[in-house]
Design a protein around this ligand. Structure first.
Ligand code: NDP
Length: 360
């Protein structure tokens, strides 16, 4: 990527921000050994069949995981919310008893923007907590040996040192606007860790940074910054709008990961015999919102002016993950932002053309 700063942990920053490995925290050695069973998933050439239940398979993350697993020899299990509401304990248990997956990728969640999170904390906490607890408990009860729980970097304290290391968990107050959601995710992550410690099952978690890609939500008010910019620049180009205004100064720095990279990282994590209890999944590279807007404008072909509105709030100045732990385990992202944006804009146009654009 050109012209874009990054927040990779340089030797200098590593000296400043002590990076504590999870192996230090748990006292366990992080043994990064390929599990041959799952190596099949990556190499796509074996005969063993793994039965993997991907929850939330119609969502952005779940559908990317299914696309990735479609290239392997595993048997894929999915269920819509209508078929299996994971907030219902009995139905969840029944599903596991009937279908008997070996592995679960937990990509279901009640997600929403700042407004929804702020207005309905009860629902965000209870639904996410219940879904996670039901799925993890039923998985264990029915012999699932491997469970990968998906959280997000909102689990980390609002003011934690940058780039964010895994050891920042529970080291300070959370961002109040999504505290309820984050608490549910922390509880899910911890429940996996406790099952692993108490019962010896490999239940572990991945914490992705901001994601983008096919199947994203383009709601005019509730979408995340990157899909919101794609929509706004696309519309501005269509109507010949002379300028597009960004909220705030455009100076906050953010990190973005293509959802297909996340799906690949998930398959990688499933291939590790002893994965970390939780691990950041990101690029370790950030850029300013202004730089991001410029890239989106170029991708869309918008040639008007990009303005900022400093009277609007900026939010946290920098948010970027430290991905050292994931890199040391043998995975790094493949899709750079420029290429990812091209693919995503192509998917956006196709979703518009086929009436499948998600904006709810
Ligand atoms: P989506 O909203 O796209 O998908 C959520 C999925 O969860 C949907 O398929 C939905 O099912 C399912 N679901 C919701 N409630 C229930 C329920 N009660 N029972 C069964 N299924 C349910 O979310 P994402 O794919 O974006 O997010 C998935 C995970 O990834 C979340 O944990 C999120 O925190 C994490 N993540 C996402 C990021 C992002 O930028 N998108 C960033 C970092 C983490 P249905 O389709 O049937 O309604």
């Amino acid at each position: 990527m050109t012209g874009i700063g990054d927040c990779e942990a340089t030797p200098e920053s590593q000296g400043r921000l002590k990076t504590i490995r999870q192996s230090d925290l748990t006292g366990q050695m992080l043994v990064v050994t390929r599990n041959l069973r799952f190596a099949n998933l990556r190499d796509m050439g074996a005969s063993h069949t793994e039965k993997i239940f991907v929850t939330g398979h119609r969502g952005m993350v779940g559908s990317a995981v299914c696309r990735r697993l479609a290239n392997t020899d595993c048997e894929l299990l999915t269920a819509t919310r209508k078929t299996l509401d994971l907030t219902k304990a009995e139905a969840t248990d029944q599903y596991f008893e009937t279908h008997r997956p070996n592995t679960v990728v937990f990509a279901s969640a009640k997600v929403g923007g700042i407004l929804a999170n702020d207005k309905f904390p009860v629902e965000f906490l209870t639904e996410n907590l219940t879904m996670a607890a039901n799925a993890i408990k039923s998985a264990y009860r029915h012999g699932v040996k491997r469970f990968l729980f998906l959280g997000s970097t909102c689990i980390y304290p609002r003011d934690c040192p940058q780039p964010i290391t895994e050891s920042s968990l529970l080291s300070g107050p959370l961002e109040p606007t999504n505290e309820a959601y984050a608490l549910a995710k922390i509880a899910g992550l911890k429940l996996c860790q406790y099952y692993r410690r108490q019962h010896g099952v490999t239940y572990h978690s991945a914490m992705p940074t901001n994601l983008y890609g096919p199947g994203d939500n383009y709601h005019p008010e509730h979408s995340h910054v990157l899909p919101a910019l794609i929509r706004r620049f696309h519309q501005a180009k269509q109507v010949g709008q002379p300028h597009v205004q960004l909220w705030g100064t455009g100076q906050p720095r953010r990190e973005f990961l293509h959802v297909d990279d996340l799906a690949d990282a998930i398959v990688h994590l499933l291939s590790l015999e002893s994965p970390p209890d939780w691990v950041n999944v990101g690029t370790g590279v950030d850029l300013t919102i202004r730089e991001l807007a410029q890239l989106v404008a170029e991708t869309v072909g918008y040639t008007g002016e990009i303005q900022t509105d400093p009277s609007r709030p900026d939010g946290t100045p920098v948010k970027c993950t430290d991905v050292t732990l994931l890199r040391e385990s043998g995975w790094t992202h493949q899709i750079d932002l420029q290429q990812g944006l091209k693919d995503t804009y192509a998917a956006f146009r196709q979703e518009v053309d086929t009436g499948k654009l998600r904006s709810a």
